[in-house]
Design a protein around this ligand. Structure first.
Ligand SMILES: CC(=O)SCCNC(=O)CCNC(=O)[C@H](O)C(C)(C)COP(=O)(O)OP(=O)(O)OC[C@H]1O[C@@H](n2cnc3c(N)ncnc32)[C@H](O)[C@@H]1OP(=O)(O)O
Ligand SMILES: CCCC(=O)O
Length: 445
C-alpha cells in the first residue's frame, strides 16, 4: 500500500480513534505544544464508560478535558511530570498527581518499563512524501514513550511549526494506529512580565557572562530580564544549548547576540529540546535551519554539555536553606513546579571546563496576607521539596548578590547565603545559624 492509501485507511474521527483506549490503560499526552487537543476532548466524552485510565502529560499548556469532564476521577486519573501553572491547583487539591523526574532520564523511564505506557496520543505535523510525521519542534522525551507504547494515535495539525531535528523527532505511518486531522491553534506558553526585581537579580549575572559562551536559560521573569540585559550589552557571539526554547531566547536572537559561531558542539546551530511560547516564537522556529532540536536525553546530558567550553546555566528556584539545600518545586507542601532539568544542567555546567550554574530567586516572598517571608530559611521544616541537594548546589543569586556554594563548608555557606538575604532577615538568620552550630565564633554576632 502506498503512503497516501495507508493514510486514508488510518484516518478517522477523534471519537473513533479514542475507541482504541481500554480500561486500565496508561495514556501519554506527551508535552506542551504536542498535547493532543481534539483527542483529549473525545476521550473526555468517554467519562463514565471507561475505568481506571491513567493519563500523563508534561508541562501542560491547557487544562485537559478529561479533568474538566471527569473532576472526580470516575474514569480518568491525571498525572503530570512537570506541574505547570495550569496543573498546580489540581495537584494541590488532589485531582491530579505529580510524578518527580530527572528530565534527562525520562525517556528511559518509559523504555525500561518504570513508567508504563500503553497508548501515546500526540500532535504532529502533516505527513511528508516518505510517510513521516514530524514533531521536531518539541522532541522532549517523546521517543521513549513511542518506543514503549502499544498503540499510537496522532493528531495531524498543519499549524505546528516545522522544525529540524537531530533525532527522536518523527514517527512513520507504519507505526501509527489511527490518524485524526485537526486545525486548532497551537497552544501557547505565557511569557512572564519582567519585574524591577528581576532586572536587579539579572544585573548580578551580567559580569559572569563572556563573549562566545553558550547559554541555557530556564523559565520565569528573571531569565527574561537577563535576555533583555544581554540584548542591551556588548556581549557577542553567544551560543544556545538549552532545554527550553522560549521567548526569552528569541529576544537574544532578535538582538543579534546568538550566532552559535563559537560553540564547540554543533557550531552554527542553536540547540533545544522543547519549545513553547508565543506565535512569534513558533514563526521563528518554523523551517529555521539555524535551529536544531534534539531529545532531552541528548540536550540535558552531561556528555554533551561538557563539550561546551563556557557553558552557563541560569534557572529559577523558590527557597534555599542555610545548608544550601535548594527547593524549586514547592512552598512547604503547596506544590508549585517540577524538578525538570535543573539538576541535569547543574551537573553539566560543572563539567564544562569554564562552566557555571546559577539558581536565581528574589530574597523574599509576600503572601496573600501581605506578610513578607525570607526565601533564605534556617532549615526546611514545612515539607519544602529539595530539588538540588546541597552537595551540588551552585551559585545562588538574589537581588542582593551571589552566594557561591560549591566546595564551601557549612559556615561559609551560611555566611554567603545570609549576605544575600533581605537585610530585614539577616539578624534572625545569624541567630539561627548560631543555634544550628554553623556560624563561626569570629563572625558577626
Ligand atoms: C524550563 C526550564 O526552566 S528549564 C531548566 C530547569 N528547570 C528548572 O529549574 C525547574 C524548576 N524551576 C522552576 O520551575 C521555576 O524556575 C520556578 C517555579 C522555581 C520559578 O519560576 P518563576 O516563574 O520565576 O516563579 P514565580 O516567582 O513566578 O513563582 C511561581 C509561582 O509560585 C508562587 N510562589 C512562589 N513562591 C511561593 C511561596 N513561598 N508560597 C506560595 N507561592 C509561591 C508564585 O506566586 C507563582 O504563582 P503564579 O504562577 O500563580 O503567579
Ligand atoms: C519543560 C520544563 C521542564 C523544566 O523546567 O526543566
Amino acid at each position: 500500500m502506498d503512503y497516501q492509501s495507508e493514510y486514508m485507511s488510518k484516518r478517522c474521527t477523534p471519537q473513533q480513534a479514542v475507541q482504541l483506549i481500554r480500561d486500565g490503560d496508561w495514556v501519554d499526552y506527551t508535552q506542551g505544544i504536542t498535547f493532543p487537543q481534539l483527542l483529549d476532548e473525545a476521550l473526555a466524552e468517554r467519562t463514565g464508560e471507561l475505568a481506571d485510565v491513567k493519563i500523563r502529560c508534561m508541562f501542560c499548556l491547557k487544562r485537559p478535558q478529561i479533568l474538566e469532564k471527569d473532576p472526580h476521577s470516575v474514569s480518568f486519573t491525571y498525572h503530570t511530570w512537570h506541574s505547570s501553572q495550569i496543573d498546580r491547583r489540581d495537584v494541590n487539591e488532589g485531582r491530579a498527581y505529580f510524578a518527580p523526574i530527572q528530565y534527562s532520564h525520562l525517556a528511559e523511564y518509559y523504555r525500561r518499563g518504570m513508567a508504563p505506557v500503553d497508548v501515546v496520543m500526540m500532535t504532529v505535523s502533516p505527513m511528508d512524501r516518505h510517510g513521516n510525521f514530524s514533531f521536531a519542534c518539541n522532541p522532549s522525551a517523546t521517543q521513549g514513550a513511542l518506543d514503549a507504547a502499544d498503540r499510537i494515535i496522532v493528531e495531524v495539525n498543519p499549524n505546528l511549526p516545522e522544525a529540524y531535528g537531530l533525532g527522536g523527532d518523527f514517527i512513520h505511518i507504519s507505526d501509527i494506529d489511527a490518524i485524526v486531522e485537526s486545525d486548532v491553534p497551537v497552544l501557547m506558553a505565557p511569557n512572564p512580565p519582567v519585574q524591577e526585581i528581576d532586572k536587579k537579580i539579572a544585573a548580578w549575572l551580567l559580569p559572569y557572562l563572556k563573549d562566545g559562551m553558550t547559554l541555557q536559560i530556564g523559565v520565569g521573569g528573571i531569565p527574561n530580564a537577563l535576555g533583555m540585559l544581554i540584548a542591551d550589552s556588548d556581549l557577542k557571539d553567544l551560543g544556545m544549548h538549552t532545554e527550553y526554547l522560549s521567548d526569552g531566547c528569541l529576544k537574544l536572537y532578535e538582538a543579534g547576540k546568538i550566532t552559535n559561531r563559537r560553540k564547540e558542539l554543533l557550531p552554527g546551530k542553536g540547540v533545544y529540546g522543547t519549545c513553547a511560547g508565543s506565535t512569534e516564537l513558533y514563526d521563528f522556529v518554523d523551517h529555521n535551519r539555524a535551529l536544531l532540536s534534539a531529545p532531552i536525553e541528548y540536550v540535558n546530558h552531561v556528555d554533551q554539555i561538557r563539550q561546551l567550553n563556557q557553558f552557563v546555566s541560569i534557572n529559577g528556584c523558590l527557597a534555599v536553606d542555610l545548608y544550601g539545600q535548594v527547593c524549586s518545586e514547592s512552598a512547604g507542601l503547596w506544590h508549585i513546579s517540577g524538578s525538570g532539568g535543573q539538576v541535569d544542567f547543574i551537573s553539566g555546567a560543572f563539567w564544562s571546563p569554564h562552566g557555571q550554574a546559577f539558581l536565581t530567586m528574589p530574597s523574599t516572598y509576600t503572601d496573600r496576607q501581605g506578610i513578607v517571608h525570607s526565601r533564605i530559611q534556617p532549615f526546611f521544616s514545612h515539607g519544602d521539596i529539595v530539588t538540588t541537594v546541597r552537595a551540588i548546589a551552585p551559585c545562588i543569586v538574589t537581588e542582593y548578590g551571589i552566594a557561591e556554594l560549591e566546595g564551601r563548608t557549612t559556615w561559609q555557606r551560611a555566611e554567603a547565603l545570609i549576605a544575600i538575604a533581605h537585610p530585614d532577615f539577616r539578624e534572625s538568620l545569624i541567630r539561627a545559624a548560631e543555634a544550628q552550630h554553623i556560624w563561626r565564633a569570629s563572625h558577626k554576632r
